[in-house]
Design a protein around this ligand. Structure first.
Ligand code: ADP
Ligand code: MG
Length: 770
């Protein structure tokens, strides 16, 4: 504000001074010129007055007529504006003197006759009251024709006062004019200053505004060209600044956005990284397999599964003091070492199966696979230890099942053949004994009979093992009851016998209520009886036998556990094989086979958990019965009807068997024919009227079933009975449906055959196959 004021002020001041200077100079010049002009006019007037006086006075001068000259002087002096008139004669003497204002005494009288030309000069003298009187004195020589020398001189004193008054008036006018001019000039200067400084002020204001951030500030373009140019330039500059500022702002914004997006990206990447890290961590930490990194033969990393499996802390494992190969069997250690070294070197090597011990000392089977990786900038081996124990166990179990199935088929075939042989032996022996030999022979015969009967029991057990098909007579069975029964049945063995040997066998029975399963109580009793007896055998020094039964999901589980000698892996693998026994002549080796057969037939599973010296646990489980068929009535013994003799056809490809049957039935008073081929039998039926057909089931040219069908076609109502060596694997319900009236199992006892034949005959007599 101060600066702006100063600029304006100094401009006004300097302009004013300049104008004043010019005015005063002008006044000075005008005054001087006017004064000179007036003097000249005065002079000219004085000269002309002097000349006219001279002309008038010339005769008087020539005659020195002083009074005339005095009168001329006085006459002239009366003229207005003349201070005085002095007329000098040729010798310079005052010839006449007169003054309008009575100053005759004061007028200087001296005169030097000068040149012929008039002249003038200023004269000062003292007035009447002592004041200085200034006068312009014009000296005019009076010339007479023909005379060189002037004939006198006229001095005219012209007062300065009118001239000075005139000059004063002029000066006053000039002054007034000057003051007015000066005022106008100051005003103009002021306006001009305003006009010049206003745009400057606007410029300054604009600059201030722009600098303080108001970029939209513009200055009106007006006034002088330079100022307009300046304003335009300023506006252009402000525009540029605004554009730049906008650009800068946009750039700043873009930068901020970029920053934000970068931050977001970094955040996202970090999150993604963290997530993927977490994923990998989870993968590694929750892997069910052991994961390890080995570098220079040293463990560098192990996952939790490894530490849990081998019972070694991660720090300990990777400390360098831990030797990985100690976790493996000696047979596997070298292989583990060499494979890891190969992987570490980057050589491709196939996975290997190795054996090791877990933290609890159990044998485990692992698959070790690996590959080369880069770990902390150096080559290393990443290894995976997959626990294959369970898979291997399953594989082995599958193989075992397959083996047992094959064995079952084999045993089934053998049993069939044995049944035929035993059938002949038993039947023949019993027939012989009916003849009534003397006691000695009869005793021998009874030994044979007993042996045949024992053989029959053995074959039954083999068949029990090989029979895979489920019996249709299954009913609901309470497994807990079965277990309790088995304990009671075997009481003699684990109590009395043990006490005799002076050892104690402690039996613990722990049964919870469980839903029934579908099966045969008798067969299941045999299962548990066998298991208990084996357990007792395994505890010659006594011990504890624990039996448990409970529900587990949709299965009923039973366990028989002993604290006996346990089994080696080798024994365990053969435990279900028929005729496998470690008891020498004491054991038949069929108990566990029977157990296996029965359990399988019941759609159950059996598992063995055993360790040498630590005992054995058999775990069985069966499906809970879904639909409960009505409990089967045991076959009521048919009331022995009076047997009437009939015509019977016996068809069997085993001539020995056929002969025994024939002989037995003939003895009973029946009329018996035999056929050794099914086709022969059919033909005989077509020609002869029989009351009963007894046919073998498995024959080379035709099965017993087909025989029954053909007979039914030819002779509806003729009863057919089956004689089979296939044990109980024959489904008797189905047999009935197919029109079979009775089934006789080989090897049969004579009485049984007689009874069945009698019953069938009486049924046919009663009319129909039922
Ligand atoms: P056996 O009892 O006639 O020898 P088994 O089939 O019942 O035949 O058993 C077969 C073999 O299985 C036995 O000889 C025995 O070696 C083994 N075994 C079965 N049960 C046990 C058990 N509880 N403890 C130890 N070994 C057993
Ligand atoms: Mg046994």
């Amino acid at each position: 504000m101060l600066e702006r004021w100063r600029l304006e002020h100094s401009f006004e001041l300097s302009t004013t001074l300049l104008v004043l200077f010019m005015i005063s100079t002008t006044i000075g010049v005008v005054h001087t010129r006017m004064a000179a002009g007036m003097r000249r006019t005065f002079e000219a007037r004085g000269i002309s007055i002097g000349r006219s006086i001279g002309a008038v006075a010339t005769p008087s001068l020539l005659s020195y007529n002083y009074p005339a000259l005095q009168a001329a002087a006085e006459g002239a002096a009366a003229d207005d504006g003349l201070d005085y008139v002095v007329i000098h004669d040729k010798e310079g003497v005052v010839a006449g003197i007169a003054s309008g204002s009575g100053l005759e005494e004061m007028i200087p009288k001296s005169l030097s006759l000068g040149p012929r030309e008039p002249s003038s000069h200023d004269v000062r003298f003292e007035g009447l009251r002592g004041q200085e009187v200034r006068v312009l004195e014009v000296v005019v020589p009076v010339l007479v024709e023909g005379v060189e020398e002037p004939w006198g001189v006229v001095r005219v004193g012209l007062s300065h006062a009118p001239m000075l008054a005139e000059l004063r008036r002029l000066d006053f006018d000039l002054l007034v004019l000057g003051v007015m001019l000066a005022a106008a000039a100051v005003l103009a200067a002021r306006v001009l200053a305003r006009r010049i400084t206003a745009p400057l002020r606007r410029l300054a204001e604009g600059t201030e505004a722009v600098s303080s951030g108001d970029l939209d500030h513009r200055i009106p373009v007006q006034g002088a060209r330079e100022l307009a140019d300046l304003a335009r330039a300023f506006n252009a500059m402000a525009e540029r600044v605004r554009a730049k500022a906008r650009e800068a702002a946009e750039f700043q914004k873009a930068l901020e956005e970029l920053n934000a997006s970068l931050e977001q990206q970094v955040l996202e990447r970090t999150l993604a990284l963290r997530e993927s890290e977490a994923q990998y961590k989870t993968l590694v930490e929750h892997s069910p397999d052991s994961i390890l990194i080995v570098q220079d033969g040293r463990l560098r990393f192990v996952n939790p599964t490894f530490t849990e499996t081998f019972g070694v802390e991660a720090e300990e494992a990777t400390s360098g003091r831990f030797d990985l190969t100690t976790a493996f069997n000696t047979s596997s250690a070298a292989l583990v070492r060499s494979r890891i070294a190969q992987w570490e070197r980057g050589e491709p090597a196939a996975p290997v199966e190795v054996l090791g011990q877990d933290a609890s000392g159990r044998q485990r089977c692992f698959e070790l696979r690996g590959s080369r990786i880069e770990y902390q900038g150096r080559s290393a081996a990443e290894c995976l230890l997959v626990d294959m124990t369970e898979a291997r166990r399953l594989r082995e179990r599958l193989a075992e099942t397959e083996k047992l199935r094959a064995l079952g088929e084999l045993a089934g075939g053998v049993a069939h053949d044995f049944n035929n042989l035993l059938g002949a032996i038993l039947g023949r022996t019993q027939l012989l004994r009916r003849r009534g030999f003397d006691p000695e022979v009869d005793r021998e015969l009874s030994v044979i009979e007993k042996a045949a009967l024992d053989g029959r029991e053995t074959v039954r057990r083999i068949q029990e093992f090989s029979r895979v098909r489920r019996d249709r007579r299954f009913g609901p069975v309470d497994l807990a009851e079965v277990v309790k029964d088995a304990v009671e049945i075997t009481r003699g063995r684990w109590k009395a016998e043990a006490e005799q040997r002076n050892v104690a066998i402690q039996v613990e029975l722990d049964t919870a209520e469980a839903p029934p399963i579908l099966g045969s109580a008798a067969e299941l009793r045999e299962v548990f009886t066998n298991l208990i007896l084996n357990a007792v055998d395994a505890m010659p020094q006594g011990g504890r036998l624990r039996l448990r039964c409970r529900r587990q999901g949709d299965r009923v589980v039973a366990e028989v556990e002993d604290t006996g000698v346990g089994m080696t892996e080798e024994i365990r693998r053969h435990v279900f094989d028929p005729f496998f026994s470690t008891k020498g002549s004491r054991g038949m080796g069929l108990g566990m086979s029977v157990v296996y057969g029965i359990v399988t037939r019941h759609e159950g599973r059996i598992e063995v958990d055993t360790a040498l010296g630590r005992g054995t646990r058999f775990r069985l489980d069966f499906p809970v019965a879904e639909e409960l068929p009505a409990p089967v009535e045991p076959d009521g013994e048919q009331a022995a009807a009076p047997v009437r003799p009939g015509r019977i056809l016996v068809i069997d490809d085993e001539p020995e068997v056929a002969a025994v049957v024939r002989d037995v039935l003939t003895l009973e008073g029946h009329e018996v024919d035999t056929a050794f081929r099914a086709n022969d039998g059919i033909r005989m039926v077509s020609v002869s009227p029989y009351d009963l057909v007894l046919t073998d089931l498995g024959m080379p040219d035709m099965s017993g079933w087909e025989v029954a069908e053909k007979v039914a076609d030819m002779r509806p109502g003729l009863p057919v009975a089956l004689i089979t060596g296939w044990g109980t694997s024959l489904d008797e319900d189905e047999a009935r449906r197919r029109g079979i009236v009775a089934v006789v199992h080989k090897p049969f006892e004579v009485d049984e055959l007689v009874r069945v034949a009698g019953a069938a005959l009486s049924r046919s007599a009663a009319g129909g196959t039922g």
